[in-house]
Write a new protein. Structure first.
Lengths: 309, 376
């Protein structure tokens, strides 16, 4: 790759703008929701409706995306506010990781992307959701043992601890709306800043990295799966369209494609930045490594069990 | 209680917190305007393919506009917190970290706090403390914040519950940094982007689609036997019913010179279908696409490629689909990435275990970028 010509720069700008314009709406919706959660949700509500048994709550959290589908961009501000309203950390993380995959929209687009492969394709699409659910629930259970001070940023932690609900004070309806809109704005500008950084990096990788770099390892699943996962990490595609990109990468096995499709929506360049608005850097790194290893092993084993390769 | 620093004098006096909020409002408005304008001007068509996502861009822009206007109108409103001893529009700096961008990281344990601020030079420039090894335990928080001597302001040791008026609300430097990050890249990209991929490198980096199954979803139905009636199918025995050129002509147009008008992805698709290959072998076809060398490294003596982009959601997920075009008299001069109309004869060649849909070129000439569903 010699120097960067103006055409190369243009292509990165072009990709940057396309991802930004596509994602902005979803971030906006997420932050409006978070604003209303902050202003209108009573602090005890989650306690009342969540299953008392933590394990059941985690299992429910992983499936919640089916009812409340959220895309990976929108989920972070929502999670931040839900944590402040008393959502247990383990359930929050499970929902956050699972929702972009375990939802009807992603399932439908994955089915469509693999529709040419018949029954096999259908199996792959459902496996995506199943594997994601399994991994996210596992992560949630592990997080049960982790002290919350090591996970959340100081700012969020303080808010979680001191949160007695803005509603404790009688603000009246009008002032509550003002508060909701201000929180929405603050969350949007906060998230947008990190989103821009993440998308800029991703756009550069998207335009300037050759997909064939990982082709040599396509044949071996133990290498092909993590290679595809690494590609998913730098491409940071949305979970509604990544299936089509994965489906077209013919040299790679289904296991490798699943690695791409399961790891990408949970951890990518864009998300690293977004997560850091809620989680400590060390935790994000550990989570990334943990998810990488889990997805790697599970996908390779799935490939062996399903296709005997 | 000392009054908050006033940022502007006169009838529009605003305190620091309000100025910070105003900065955020303007940043959101910029996004709102850009998003709505992209949709209204039609420029969005070059970036996002599905209509519902284009609409989302419009709605997002309008929504952002509404929220920012609302917040602007209510800029000075309190949130009814007066009874706690602090109002939004007034004073109440009894929160640690407020208004002290310089020292805020001493007020809180800053694990993952401002270190994730991609542009946090603003607040930390004047700070004489290094950040390496700045690993304060959280227990240290309260004592540091509680010192009355710090900055000469009286600080309450802990923040009031339910109010998070932390340094984000009042850090001027932080908000200006946020504004720049939000506004500059967006406006720069909008100003300089040419609304299409310009570099052949990008196309080679993405890699051409190799399996016809990947385009089947999109163009397979284009070749359905639309003309064949149910009776005609039932009349002939099922096995021997054949898809013929006549059937193809019912769904595909011919140009004035008699060439079958097919898109690049349709032609690519045919290489994977035995029936279509049989019909199109030797047939006159015409297609439109962008021209690129056959191979990025080696210069092929007689072939180029003509490609088109297959887009699902946005330009970033575009996948190039190409067919080889062959010149009997050797490759002519051409402009890489330019749009061309190519007409000639189809020939299916078996090479290295693959069946290639080669277009034997009669004429190739520049043409206008066509409007099509696939981004361009």
């Amino acid at each position: 790759m010699g120097g960067f010509s103006p055409a190369d720069i243009n292509d990165a700008l072009y990709g940057f703008l396309s991802i930004l314009l596509e994602g902005a709406f979803f971030i906006f919706v997420g932050t409006v929701i978070s604003g209303f959660i902050d202003a209108y949700m009573p602090a005890g509500l989650l306690d009342r409706y969540l299953p008392k048994n933590r394990y059941v709550a985690i299992l429910a959290g992983g499936a919640l995306g089916a009812v409340f589908p959220v895309c990976e961009c929108a989920i972070v501000p929502v999670i931040r506010r839900l944590l402040k309203k008393g959502l247990p950390l383990s359930v929050a993380v499970t929902y956050m990781l699972a929702a972009p995959i375990v939802n009807p929209v992603t399932l439908a687009s994955t089915i469509a992307a693999f529709s040419e492969r018949g029954a096999e394709g259908l199996y792959v699409a459902f496996s995506r959701v199943g594997i994601a659910y399994f991994i996210t629930v596992l992560v949630g259970i592990i997080i049960l043992k982790v002290p919350v001070e090591r996970v959340l940023t100081a700012k969020v932690l303080q808010a979680v601890r001191s949160e007695k609900g803005v509603l404790e004070h009688d603000h009246g309806r009008g002032n509550r709306l003002v508060h909701a809109m201000r929180v929405a704005q603050r969350d949007f500008t906060d998230v947008a800043m990190y989103f821009v950084a993440g998308v800029a990096l991703t756009a550069m990788f998207n335009a300037w990295t050759n997909r064939d770099i990982i082709s040599p390892v396509a044949a071996n699943d133990w290498l092909g799966v993590p290679a595809m996962m690494g590609l998913a990490f730098v491409l940071s595609l949305c979970s509604t369209s990544d299936a089509f990109v994965a489906a077209a990468m013919d040299k790679f096995s289904y296991a490798a494609k699943l690695g791409f499709l399961v790891f990408g929506p949970m951890m990518d360049l864009k998300l690293i930045f977004l997560y850091s608005t809620v989680f400590q850097r060390k935790f994000v790194a550990l989570l990334g490594v943990g998810l990488f290893l889990l997805t790697w092993i599970v996908c390779v084993q799935w490939g062996i069990l399903s296709f005997g390769t | 209680m000392e009054p908050k620093p006033i940022m502007k004098k006169g009838p529009f006096a605003l305190n620091r917190e309000q100025v910070c909020r105003l900065i955020g409002i303007v940043a959101m408005m910029v996004w709102a305007v850009v998003m709505v304008w992209f949709y209204g001007s039609g420029r969005i068509q070059h970036y996002i393919r599905p209509e519902y996502l284009r609409l989302a861009c419009l709605l997002g822009g309008l929504g952002l506009g509404l929220v920012s206007v609302f917040n602007l109108l209510h800029l000075r409103d309190g949130e009814g917190c007066e009874e706690c001893g602090k109002g939004e529009g007034g004073e109440g700096e009894d929160f640690p970290g407020e208004g002290h961008a310089i020292h805020h990281h001493h007020e809180q344990g800053h694990h993952g706090h401002d270190h994730h601020h991609p542009v946090d030079q603003g607040g930390h420039v004047l700070c004489e403390h290094g950040h390496a090894g700045c690993d304060h335990g959280h227990e240290a928080v309260a004592t540091r914040a509680g010192g009355v001597g710090e900055q000469g302001h009286g600080h309450a040791p802990t923040p009031r519950p339910g109010h998070e008026h932390d340094e984000w609300d009042t850090s001027l430097a932080g908000n200006v940094a946020m504004f720049l990050v939000m506004v500059v890249p967006l406006l720069a990209a909008a100003a300089y982007s040419k609304d299409e991929y310009r570099s052949a490198n990008t196309i080679w980096n993405k890699g051409f689609v190799e399996d016809t199954a990947s385009v089947a979803r999109r163009v397979g139905k284009d070749f359905s036997a639309a003309g064949a009636t149910a009776e005609a199918k039932a009349e002939s025995k099922e096995d021997s019913w054949e898809y013929t050129l006549a059937d193809l002509e019912k769904v595909v147009d011919r140009s004035q010179d008699g060439y079958l008008l097919l898109t690049v992805d349709q032609l690519f698709y045919t290489s994977g279908d035995a029936e279509l290959r049989r019909i199109l072998e030797g047939e006159a076809v015409e297609t439109v696409g962008q021209v690129i060398p056959y191979d990025p490294k080696v210069s092929h003596p007689s072939r180029l490629r003509v490609f088109t982009l297959m887009v699902t959601c946005c330009a970033a997920d575009a996948q190039p689909v190409s067919i080889p075009v062959e010149f009997a008299g050797g490759v002519p001069s051409f402009e890489e990435m330019s749009w061309v109309k190519v007409s000639g004869t189809m020939r299916y060649a078996k090479e290295e275990g693959q069946t290639l849909p080669v277009l034997m070129v009669k004429t190739m000439g520049p043409t206008e970028q066509p409007y099509s569903d696939a981004i361009y």
